[in-house]
Design a binder for this molecule. Structure first.
Ligand code: GAL
Length: 642
């Protein structure tokens, strides 16, 4: 059964946008459970995510499963009309696993082993861990396959969140070697790809290769890059091992896993095809007055992972979190605004971490839908009001987010390569650049999709390519073809520099894009911290400058010293813009407004004041629902467009 069919079951099981959160009944007694059911009804909860951290409770000793308690809760939820997103419980293994198999504990690059007592203490390459995890999943799937509450499987939790750099134990090292063998076939091919004649790094055998552990100086860049690919793949293999069990035992039930705020760790475009629906955890900082844009960007990424398909907001905080230095609460109405922002950008759920605020443990000061103070609190009142509001708009659920005319290209391996050490500047980072170039579109309420390097660019009039440092010849050709066919491209500096093995594309930077951009770059000249150069009449450039030699491109803006810094080149039927510095926000806005206007890319609505965002969702019967988010006063409006 493919994912389009499976996900239908999820949509069939609910009447409106999924509303609820992580539910951890094992932390409470029966009186509280009774109150939970009642309060869930009051709050309009229709979906609870159950069992994320329940492995130790469900399997108190190896192979001795105890699901009686879970039966009771799932039955109770089903009776109350609450559907369940059931976790496979494998995010955090019980302490006995580490006692019996200490080799399942992850080892950091300096050799430090991480111990139980927190969470996520497992080595992704460990066959022992995978074996215990999949056996638990078999039990769960066998037992609950036909349970009326089951709407969706939640595999693991936030893969790669705490152990973002994988593991360096002996098992992981052997797995890395096997992965390299598979990728390169022969050690000579690896030597060639990794340029190992540099610093006497040539290998005679795969068994001489290690994961990139602590070393005296810069480690081989291609080794680091492949290790990142390997780490993402190993975590994916853990996910897939569980998914296979679920597919075998519950083929009709859709599966998901929740991704952490757009992080480098996982190549999400490689993961997404294996999820029936993408899920995301979002934690904007209430103390950051500017957080709405970054959040919108991450939501655009989530929508882009499956080509515009709606996604699930699996977690957000009703108010404060507990893991920043200073954890601000969300002011009145902010939780509602945050929730509608997710829906506007394509979410089909508004779920929270968590239902009831824990009494003990490391997250007792993290807000929850039912706070320590109980239901007679501002948070619970807001939770109830939002639940009622969402339930009153059933047509929203399953509606399609409108496709944008602009797209921004995001590519994980290039992101990893860009941020390797020993570069012209360590301050050129992908998220920073991507956000800076997404921002002028966002501020003008121009919708923007996110596409992978191997995605289809043809539906878009404008393609923004921030810092595509590493690029294969095939991708470079596709970008070139897109422009030749009439597309408009905006590419920022330090793009097209190396291939997928981090070897420089020779022939003058950026060799694969020289002809397209109509220029070449002789030398990079990153600017010192805090230094800006005049740019054009009134602007400034920061972070980066370079010596651009024009080969057909028209200089649009120059730096104060006369070097071209923004150029435009007609290529085929299209136009290729190039930015050789980071313009200040106002200059970049003026520039992007011009570029997108020339490319006929308009805001989602004419004459919107700054600070107002509008996005449209199209219902299954073709009606257009306009969601307006006013960040100036925090108001939200949902109306039907003519
Ligand atoms: C997420 C995690 C949850 C909870 C939450 C707190 O990263 O999945 O289990 O810890 O953060 O903000």
């Amino acid at each position: 059964m493919n994912d389009t069919h499976r996900i239908g079951r999820f949509y069939d099981s609910l009447d409106s946008v999924a509303y609820g959160g992580d539910y951890n009944p094992e932390q409470w007694g029966p009186e509280v459970h009774a109150e939970d059911t009642e309060l869930m009804r009051k709050a309009g909860v229709n979906l609870a995510t159950v069992g994320i951290f329940s492995w130790a409770k469900a399997e108190p000793a190896p192979g001795a499963y105890d699901f009686g308690w879970l039966d009771t809760h799932l039955d109770r939820l089903a009776d109350a009309g609450v559907r369940v997103c059931l976790a496979t419980m494998t995010a955090s293994p019980p302490a006995w696993l580490a006692r019996l198999h200490p080799e399942t504990l992850p080892v950091m690059e300096d050799g430090t082993r991480l111990y139980p007592g927190s969470r996520q203490h497992w080595c992704p390459s460990s066959p022992v861990f995978r074996d215990h995890a999949t056996r638990l999943v078999e039990q769960l799937a066998g037992r609950y396959a036909d349970h009326p509450a089951l709407a969706l499987w939640h595999i693991g939790n936030e893969y790669g969140c705490h152990i973002s750099r994988h593991c360096h134990c002996e098992v992981s090292t052997a797995a890395f070697r096997a992965w390299l063998r598979e990728r390169y076939g022969t050690v000579d091919a690896l030597n060639e790809a990794w340029c190992t004649d540099f610093w006497a790094q040539r290998y005679g055998d795969f068994d001489e290769i290690h994961t990139p552990r602590s070393a005296p100086s810069f480690r081989n860049p291609a080794q680091q890059l492949d290790y990142r690919r390997f780490s993402s793949d190993e975590l994916l293999a853990c996910y897939l091992a569980e998914k296979q069990v679920l597919e075998r035992l519950t083929p009709a039930v859709p599966v998901t896993t929740n991704f952490v705020p757009v992080a480098r760790t996982l190549d999400l475009f490689r993961w997404a095809p294996h999820l029936d629906v993408v899920s995301y955890d979002s934690y904007p900082d209430p103390h950051d007055a500017d957080s709405a844009h970054g959040t919108a960007f991450s939501y655009d990424v989530m929508r882009g992972l499956k080509g515009g398909q709606p996604w699930l907001l699996m977690e957000q905080a009703p108010s404060a979190v507990n893991w920043r230095r200073r954890n601000g609460r969300k002011p009145d109405g902010r939780m509602r605004l945050d929730s509608w922002q997710a829906v506007a950008h394509g979410a089909d759920s508004v779920l929270f971490f968590q239902w009831r605020q824990s009494r003990g443990g490391a997250e007792k000061f993290h807000s929850a839908m039912v706070p320590h103070g109980g239901p007679d609190t501002r948070i619970f009142r807001e939770v109830g009001a939002l639940g009622a509001e969402l339930a009153a708009l059933p047509e929203l659920f399953g509606s399609r987010p409108e496709r944008a005319d602009a797209a921004l290209l995001l590519e994980w391996p290039s992101w990893w390569a860009l941020e390797l050490d020993a570069h012209p500047s360590s301050d050129v980072t992908l998220l920073d650049t991507a956000l800076a170039h997404h921002r002028p579109l966002y501020d003008a309420s121009v919708a923007c999709d996110i596409v992978p390097a191997d995605g289809d660019f043809s539906p878009y009039r404008l393609l923004v390519v921030p810092n595509l440092y590493s690029v294969s010849s095939a991708t470079a050709e596709r970008i070139t073809d897109y422009v030749a066919a009439g597309g408009t491209l905006v590419m920022s500096y330090f793009s097209g520099i190396t291939d997928e093995y981090d070897r420089v594309h020779l022939g003058g930077y950026p060799a694969p894009f020289r002809e397209l951009l109509g220029l070449r770059i002789e030398e990079f000249d990153p600017l010192p911290e805090g230094v800006t150069l005049p740019l054009g009449d009134a602007g400034t450039g920061s972070l980066w400058s370079e010596d651009i030699v024009l080969e057909g491109a028209e200089p649009i803006l120059a730096l104060g010293d006369g070097r071209p810094a923004v150029t435009r080149h007609t290529y085929g039927d299209g136009t290729a813009w190039y930015l050789g510095t980071r313009p200040d926000p106002a200059t970049l806005r003026t520039l992007m407004d011009r570029i997108r206007t020339e490319a006929s890319v308009a805001p989602t609505e004419a004459d919107l004041p700054e600070g107002v965002q509008v996005r449209t969702r199209i219902t299954t019967d073709g009606r257009r629902l306009r969601i307006g988010l006013d960040w100036r006063d925090g108001s939200v409006s949902v109306t039907e467009q003519e």
